[in-house]
Design a protein around this ligand. Structure first.
Ligand code: ZN
Length: 320
């Protein structure tokens, strides 16, 4: 049994997804994940009866999460349809064509109003990082930290949010995120920091694929309530609220499916199909990039502040 705070944590969702390991075919794993996800919502109880209550002991937190829980339990049909649509799009990819599937994904994003919540350009006017393992290149040459030259695009590999042959620039928003992504100690990495120009991004559209519900419940609300502010789940000026539950569910399901852990990696990586289609669709429609959460394990960290946002990686097609 879980509560809304624990359920939307990245680590908890990763555990649920890993329970599908051993099942043949990715579409069957997605169907199983859907069943587990829905069953967990059915069994979900108030934060007041969960151990995390000790961490977030403000009464306002319980009232807000109870209201949210009530809406979530009443939206089971929406959860089911969010999964079914994405599974069907994946099946179109493997049985029809990439083009048909990508167009259906784009229609889905528009229908569910998932394209309206963008990252503000001011979000990128902050330090971002790139790193390479030390040795074998000139660490003082800043160009060595950028992507493979376009003339060598055939060397660009297959990654979760970038399509083979379409180079994009990956940035971490912390050195810690880079050590996780590259699976290296910080002392073994040469790191370069970049400060993007706000004017360059002012007109850019960047899609945000973050754990929006989890971030709100676990990072934002405790701060608001501990400061003595009163916030209700019914307030429509704030997001999320009772009116946005359908969109919140669709956005959350999309994010959780895009970050599905890989069990095997071969030439074809089924877990990368949906995030790569999303990247392709966004680039085709003029987006400059995508902010996405890391799929690496951060559970070995202790004492990190709950506002630390080290789990976001940043990739864009035209940052340089
Ligand atoms: Zn809990």
């Amino acid at each position: 049994m879980t509560c809304p705070v624990c359920f939307f944590r990245d680590d908890y969702q990763k555990q649920l997804k890993k329970r599908t390991f051993g099942i043949d075919r990715f579409e069957n794993k997605l169907t199983k994940y859907k069943e587990i996800f829905i069953e967990d919502i059915r069994q979900m109880s108030s934060m007041s009866s969960c151990s995390c209550h000790l961490t977030y002991d403000q009464s306002g937190m319980i009232v807000w999460t109870d209201s949210f829980l009530y809406s979530l339990k009443n939206a089971e049909a929406e959860v089911s349809s969010a999964f079914d649509r994405m599974i069907s799009i994946y099946e179109d990819f493997i049985s029809k064509s990439q083009k048909i599937a990508t167009e259906r994904l784009w229609s889905h994003l528009k229908e569910q109003n998932l394209l309206t919540q963008l990252e503000s350009p001011i979000t990128y006017a902050r330090l971002l990082f790139r790193a390479r393992a030390k040795g074998g290149f000139d660490e003082k040459d800043i160009k060595q930290y950028f992507h493979i030259p376009f003339s060598n695009r055939h060397l660009v590999g297959n990654q979760r949010f970038s399509v083979s042959g379409q180079p994009m620039v990956y940035f971490g928003n912390s050195v810690l995120a880079l050590t996780k992504e590259l699976e290296c100690n910080a002392s073994d990495l040469a790191v370069a920091a970049y400060l993007p120009s706000y004017s360059k991004y002012y007109y850019s559209k960047i899609f945000s694929l973050t754990n929006y519900i989890g971030d709100c419940i676990e990072n934002t609300l405790p701060g608001i309530f501990s400061a003595g502010s009163k916030v209700s789940y019914d307030e429509t000026e704030l997001l999320p609220n009772r009116q946005t539950i359908a969109r919140d569910i669709h956005k959350s399901v999309l994010m959780h499916l895009c970050t599905f852990p890989t069990e095997f990696k071969g030439t074809f990586v089924a877990e990368y199909v949906i995030p790569q289609m999303l990247t392709t669709a966004l680039l085709e429609h003029g987006y400059a990039g995508i902010v996405f959460p890391s799929t690496k394990d951060y559970s070995d960290l202790y004492g990190s502040h709950r506002f630390s946002s080290h789990q976001l990686n940043f990739r864009t097609s035209d940052i340089v």
